[in-house]
Design a protein. Structure first.
Length: 274
């Protein structure tokens, strides 16, 4: 299942370069309205500056992850018809992509939860939720657009919270905590509840996040050199791409070390406090 939840840009129609809007900022060099192709999108749906995105001011593109929604919408939902050859499909395709991306993110969490032996008491409910979410994502364009993602996400989240309770030892509760820029070097965060925590620019070098629940945690610019995230709960490629790690950063086998992680291995000092 996880292979189907990885982006395959060669089988997509550049949907992430067209459907979302973005504003000129430190992440994007220009403004782009929703439904308008990025100025760097080529005729064959490849990016014209793919190997220079960060240098050209488009670091936000290197962070984004569609969880495989792009190729599903392109090849399955719309049967391989692209929005340039069939412009009448464009509006529907972009709207469906947004919903499918959210559903695929939930599929990622459910798949991971099922792989956790500690969650065995709710494996039956997880399998049912996985099948139902997959059914929603496999619908016709009209059916997918009609999905109430917020309500479905809430139901899934209740189940994922139960998984988190089963997997994590009873440790620090930092849910939603403002840890922006905090010095957390070598901090023991094993089993911590970091759901929705703001870790933007935090120094987590050498920290131990084993079994920590990081669903929705904002890791933009977080320094992860030498940190242990190998058994983090609900860590995504999106979060990893947004952070700054190195060759010594421990990651789950399901995730890929980003190319921009070229920070040399560090020797962090004393731990910060939570």
């Amino acid at each position: 299942m996880t292979e189907n939840l990885r982006a395959d840009c060669a089988r997509c129609f550049g949907l992430c370069c067209v459907a979302p809007a973005f504003a000129a900022s430190s992440d994007f060099a220009v403004d782009k309205p929703a439904g308008t192709p990025c100025l760097n999108l080529l005729a064959d749906f490849r990016c014209g500056i793919h190997d220079r995105l960060r240098d050209r001011g488009f670091s936000g593109c290197t962070v984004y992850d569609c969880f495989g929604a792009g190729q599903r919408v392109a090849q399955e939902t719309f049967g391989g018809r692209d929005w340039r050859e069939a412009p009448e499909t464009a509006g529907d395709m972009f709207a469906v992509f947004s919903v499918t991306r959210d559903l695929h993110e939930l599929l990622w969490y459910l798949t991971e939860a099922l792989a956790r032996p500690e969650a065995a008491p709710v494996h039956g409910k997880l399998r049912s939720a996985l099948a139902n979410t997959e059914r929603l994502a496999a619908g016709t364009p009209e059916e997918v657009r009609a999905v109430d993602v917020a309500t479905h996400r809430q139901k899934i989240n209740e189940l994922l919270l139960r998984v988190s309770e089963l997997v994590r030892p009873k440790r620090k509760n930092l849910r939603g905590a403002d840890l922006i820029g905090r010095d957390l070097r070598r901090t023991d965060l094993r089993g911590a509840n970091l759901r929705g925590a703001y870790l933007i620019g935090a120094d987590l070098r050498g920290a131990d996040l084993s079994a920590a629940d990081v669903i929705g945690a904002d890791l933009r610019g977080a320094r992860l050199a030498g940190a242990n995230l190998a058994t983090c709960l609900f860590l995504t490629q999106f979060q990893v791409n947004a952070a700054k790690g190195d060759s010594a950063t421990g990651l789950p086998a399901t995730l890929t070390r980003p190319p921009h992680w070229n920070e040399p291995a560090a020797h962090p000092g004393a731990a910060g406090s939570c």
